[in-house]
Design a protein around this ligand. Sequence first.
Ligand SMILES: Nc1nc2c(c(=O)[nH]1)N=C([C@H](O)[C@@H](O)CO)CN2
Length: 121
Amino acid sequence: MDLVLIEALGVDTVIGVYDWERTITQRLVLDLELATDIRPAAADDDIALTLDYAAISEHIADFAARHDFALVETFAERLADTLRQAFGIAWLRLTVRKPGAVSAAAAVGVRIERGTRPEAT
Ligand SMILES: Nc1nc2c(c(=O)[nH]1)N=C([C@H](O)[C@@H](O)CO)CN2
């Protein structure tokens, strides 16, 4: 299985369960592993035949700007769903970190995997 990677992508969004969090934007930091077969794109050297990590990163920043969830769980689940639909991603692993949410921790957050892992070939 091949993967397209996006690591430590910072996005700003309204997120949090407390009243004070509903009035500010906070930074989330995302890691993504996106399953795809990179061989067609590599064979033709053609961006149209792979997952465009720049386009996907833009999509994520726009998603973050347009939503204001309470939980990082909801952010992760809804984002995974929209990415899979918009880009036809068979399987992904998404980590959403909320740095600074717990002062004694470097970051807290969630990691999910959605979809069916393609067979290794
Ligand atoms: N499992 C979760 N726990 C907590 C969340 C969350 O989104 N998922 N959120 C908060 C608060 O918003 C916190 O981040 C504020 O510092 C607490 N626990």
